[in-house]
Design a protein around this ligand. Structure first.
Ligand code: HEM
Length: 143
């Protein structure tokens, strides 16, 4: 795995190098990048499950949701402030933007900022990176 990719996975708590955390139902590292979430790694109560079909209904400048690493973000108020510009986010409005977000190489501070816009997560059956127990999926995450 490239060090950059390894680094972002680690920052997001998605690294699978720690077998201990990946094999337990809670991972202390999982949520540390999201300040509004509990630091004990337990999935936050009340984090709404939002299917991709619902995300797809929020795809314009006045109502823009995106998915990054299985989490749903309402970035409507952030669009104008985004240092990379609003157009680049709008290209992914209502859809999964993980690849674009990752390939841009966002800073740790940018990743922490994401927490301000977090509104929910995909249902377990639609997740690519995390399963229902907040474990890292072995398929889809490069070793
Ligand atoms: C909630 C989601 C997002 C947040 C909080 C965010 C935040 C930021 C921040 C703080 C920067 C400044 C550089 C840095 O600190 O890394 C940045 C740059 C950038 N972002 Fe985002 N971003 C988000 C989503 C996205 C998405 C979905 C894309 C691509 C589709 C994207 C593309 C870019 C690009 C291309 C830059 C580079 C701008 C430049 O250096 O000229 N961002 N973003």
């Amino acid at each position: 795995m490239s060090s950059a990719f390894s680094s972002i996975l680690q920052t997001l708590g998605l690294n699978s190098t720690s077998k201990k955390s990946a094999s337990t139902t809670t991972s202390p590292a999982l949520h540390k990048s999201f300040p509004q979430e509990p630091s004990n790694g337990v999935l936050p109560r009340g984090l709404t499950e939002i299917p991709l079909a619902v995300v797809a209904q929020h795809d314009d400048f006045s109502d823009c949701w995106i998915v990054i690493y299985d989490r749903v973000y309402d970035v409507t108020q952030f669009l104008r402030d985004h240092p990379g510009g609003e157009d680049i986010i709008m290209e992914h409005a209502g859809r999964d933007a993980t690849l674009a977000f990752h390939s841009t190489g966002h800073s740790r501070s940018a990743i922490e900022q994401m927490g301000e816009y977090l509104i929910g997560e995909l249902p377990a059956k639609e997740r690519i990176f995390r399963n229902g127990s907040a474990k890292v999926l072995s398929i889809g995450v490069p070793q």
